[in-house]
Design a protein around this ligand. Structure first.
Ligand code: C2E
Ligand code: MG
Ligand code: MG
Ligand code: MG
Length: 281
């Protein structure tokens, strides 16, 4: 009844909240238009072999080139895109763009094994029963070898519905793509899921890598995560490597792959090509 909800209704119409609601609505409309207007951009960050220093893959990271606000980072629009379902067409676009780019770099810079591409999946994408079909279509359209595609998921995406997640992961694995667990250690991890789930990479979260060589607790967590990855037959990737000393610690601890500003910040495709070209010069 209206009377019972009076307090709440009143709160909705507070001037400040109204402003925020309007701003959100505006942002949502902007986001919808942005897809049609092709305002999204994909930047790429190299994944580097700790042992050889060579680029083995890139991670695709989306940005929004807003006509007034400039380059908007994903943290400022992915949550809204998730809520509104826009993340599904956006995610599909990022996947297509990244696979096409991977294919191009593979032909320009042939390596053995070929340069791979890593793409982040959102919770909404991961829940869709047509995810496998949609990934298969992108691979087919772009001609990228499934073995050269890595899909990054987070721990929280799999704990919500473990049975459904297992079905989805098996379907993706059947296509031949690889799976990475992103931001490992920050979500609701369960070692029994990690044991059961068909994943290939463990990405150690930046918050732990940050303390390498400085904080014995972080050092312990990173070291144990690398050991755990290897014990389960997975490859460890350290994210957010910013200094030479962090990289040196990772080398000593036996971490296979690393990403971070120390090597390169995420860059638009042309600049990323330059760093690849430099490797092949
Ligand atoms: P993530 O997948 O964990 O990506 C790593 C983030 O850390 C990226 O931020 C990257 O720019 C940043 N980073 C990399 N190296 C360093 C470093 O050395 N130091 C620091 N301080 N930061 C570093 P970004 O691009 O802002 O992306 C943030 C998050 O947004 C991503 O975290 C991912 O969860 C999400 N995201 C980005 N692109 C997509 C996408 O296409 N789809 C979905 N669903 N999510 C995306
Ligand atoms: Mg990621
Ligand atoms: Mg991450
Ligand atoms: Mg992250």
């Amino acid at each position: 009844r209206a009377k019972d909800g009076g307090k709440n209704n009143h709160a909705v119409f507070e001037p400040g909240m109204n402003e925020r609601a309007l701003e959100r609505l505006g942002m949502e409309a902007d986001l919808r238009r942005a897809l049609d207007r092709e305002e999204f951009r994909v930047h790429y960050q190299p994944k580097v072999s700790v042992r050889t220093g060579r680029i083995v893959a890139h991670e695709a990271l989306v940005r929004w080139e807003h006509p007034e606000r400039g380059l908007v980072p994903p943290a400022e629009f992915i949550p809204l895109a998730e809520e509104t379902g826009l993340i599904v067409p956006l995610g599909r676009w990022v996947l297509g763009e990244a696979c096409r780019q991977a294919k191009e770099w593979q032909s320009w810079y042939p390596t053995d094994p070929p340069l791979a591409m890593s793409v982040n999946l959102s919770a909404a994408q991961f829940k869709r029963p047509d995810l496998g079909a949609s990934v298969a279509k992108v691979l087919d359209d772009t001609g990228l070898d499934p073995r050269d595609l890595i899909l990054e998921i987070t721990e929280s995406m799999v704990v919500e519905d473990v049975t459904a997640a297992l079905v989805t992961l098996r379907e993706l694995k059947a296509l031949g793509v690889k799976i990475a667990v992103d931001d490992f250690g920050t979500g609701y991890s369960s070692l029994s899921y990690l044991k059961r789930f068909p994943v290939d990479y463990l990405k150690i979260d930046r918050s732990f890598v940050e303390g390498l060589g400085r904080d014995p607790k972080d050092e312990g967590i990173v070291s144990a995560s690398i050991e755990l990855a290897h014990a389960l037959g997975l490859e460890a990737i350290a994210e957010g490597v910013e200094t030479a000393s962090q990289l040196e610690r990772l080398r000593v601890l036996g971490c296979g792959l690393a990403q971070g500003f120390f090597f390169q910040k995420p860059f638009p495709r042309d600049t990323a090509s330059e760093s690849l070209a430099a490797l092949f010069a």
